[in-house]
Write a protein of this length. Structure first.
Length: 367
C-alpha cells in the first residue's frame, strides 16, 4: 500500500481588501497619463465596478492590481501587504479576461486544470477540484468539450471556473460580457453576481456598460481621464451625480442651464434650490449661488393635464415600445424627452400637457 498523502492544513484566512495609494501610470509617447492619480480602497467581500468611457484608465488600473502593468508611482496593497512589485503569479489574484483566454487545443477540464499544476495537489485531486468548479459555474458534464464546441456564455463560464479554481483572494473581471449578445449578457451578469455573493468574493469589475455596473455592484467608481470622477452606491450615482460628466455617463439625462439659489447665511435649511422655468428643484446646500446645470432623467418627468400647475408643453412625437411610451414635448425650455410607463392611454401628437418633476432622477450639479 502506498503511503497516504500528507493532510493539507486549512489555509490561513485570506486577505481580501485592496488598497491603491497614489497610483500614477503614463505610457511612452502618450499625450496624457493613463492613471493621473488614484486612491481607492475596497472592502472585504465587496463587488466594486470601475466604469467609464474608453481611455479613462479603468483597464490600466485593473492591470496594475493584477500585476500585468506596474505603476510609475504609488503602491498596490492586499490588506497590509505591499504587492506593487510582485509578478502576477505571486499576488493571489485571479482574472477573467474579455476574450476568455482559453487554450483552443485543450478540452474544458484541461483548461481549468492548467493553473492548478503548481498547487501542490495530486493529479486526481486537481481534476476533482476542476470538476467541482465546473459544477459551481453550471458546466457539469461538459468537461471533454473543446472551446469551439461551446457557446460564448459557456466559454465565459470556463474562464470563470479556471480563475475560481485557484481560490484567489480577489477576482478581477475585464469587460467579461462585452462579446455576448444582450440576452446572454443579462443572464451572465446575474450568475456572476450570485456566485460572488455565495462565495463572498471580493471582486473588481471593469465595464463601460452603465446598466451592467448598476445591476451587479455594491459600489461603482466612475473614472474620467485617469482619475475618479465619483464613487458611491449604484443608486447614489444614478440619482445624485455630482458633475455633468457623471450625470451624463450614468444614464440618459437632459441638462438644463439654471441659476442656483444657495441657503442664505444663518438659514438652517439643508438645501438651496435652482429654478427650471416654473419648477423649483432642491439643490445641495454646498453648491454656491450662480450658474448650474439641472440633470433630468427621462423617467423623472410627470405628465399631467394641461390645466394643472407645471411646465406647459405639447406632444410633438410619440413612440410605443411595449412596456413604455417615449414622448418628445415642445416647451419654453426647448424639446423635452420623456419616458412614461402609462401605455394604456397614449397621448396624441399635438396634445397639450403640464410637466412636473418626480422626487427621483433629478439633480443639480455645478455648471
Amino acid at each position: 500500500m502506498s503511503a497516504a498523502s500528507p493532510a493539507r492544513t486549512a489555509p490561513a484566512r485570506r486577505t481580501t481588501r485592496v488598497s491603491l495609494d497614489g497610483l500614477r501610470k503614463r505610457f511612452d509617447n502618450a499625450p496624457a497619463p493613463a492613471i493621473a492619480h488614484l486612491d481607492l480602497k475596497t472592502e472585504e467581500g465587496e463587488f466594486i465596478s470601475l466604469l467609464g468611457p474608453s481611455g479613462c484608465g479603468k483597464t490600466t488600473t485593473l492591470r496594475c492590481v493584477a500585476g500585468f502593468e506596474f505603476p510609475d508611482e504609488g503602491r498596490v496593497r492586499l490588506n497590509d501587504e505591499d504587492i506593487t512589485d510582485l509578478p502576477p503569479e505571486k499576488r493571489d489574484i485571479g482574472m477573467v479576461f474579455q476574450n476568455y483566454a482559453l487554450f483552443p487545443h485543450m478540452n474544458v477540464i484541461d483548461n481549468v486544470v492548467y493553473g492548478l499544476h503548481l498547487s501542490g495537489l495530486g493529479k486526481q485531486q486537481v481534476r476533482d477540484k476542476a470538476r467541482a468548479m465546473l459544477d459551481t459555474v453550471g458546466l457539469h458534464g461538459l468537461d471533454q468539450r473543446r472551446p469551439h464546441e461551446l457557446s460564448g456564455g459557456q466559454q465565459q463560464r470556463v474562464a470563470l471556473a479556471r480563475a475560481l479554481a485557484l481560490e484567489p483572494a480577489v477576482l478581477l473581471f475585464d469587460e467579461p460580457l462585452s462579446n455576448l449578445d444582450a440576452r446572454l449578457r443579462r443572464s451572465m451578469r446575474e450568475e456572476i453576481r450570485a456566485l460572488q455573493q455565495r462565495l463572498k468574493l471580493t471582486v473588481a469589475y471593469v465595464t463601460h456598460d452603465q446598466s451592467e455596473a448598476l445591476a451587479v455592484s455594491d459600489q461603482i467608481v466612475v473614472m474620467d481621464r485617469g482619475a475618479i470622477a465619483q464613487r458611491g452606491a449604484p443608486s447614489a450615482l444614478y440619482e445624485q451625480p455630482t458633475s455633468e460628466f457623471v450625470a451624463g455617463f450614468m444614464g440618459e439625462a437632459m441638462l438644463f442651464a439654471a441659476q442656483n439659489h444657495a441657503p442664505s447665511p444663518g438659514n438652517t435649511a439643508a438645501t438651496g434650490y435652482a429654478q427650471l422655468g416654473p419648477l423649483r428643484v432642491p439643490s445641495p446646500a454646498a453648491l454656491p449661488t450662480g450658474q448650474v446645470k439641472i440633470a433630468v432623467r427621462p423617467e423623472a418627468w410627470v405628465i399631467g393635464p394641461a390645466t394643472s400647475a407645471g411646465l406647459a408643453a405639447r406632444v410633438i412625437r410619440c413612440t410605443y415600445l411595449g412596456s413604455v411610451m417615449e414622448y418628445t414635448f415642445a416647451s419654453a425650455l426647448g424639446a423635452i424627452f420623456v419616458v412614461s410607463p402609462l401605455v394604456e392611454l397614449p397621448l396624441d401628437v399635438g396634445a397639450p400637457v403640464s410637466l412636473t418633476l418626480a422626487d427621483h432622477g433629478v439633480s443639480v450639479v455645478a455648471g
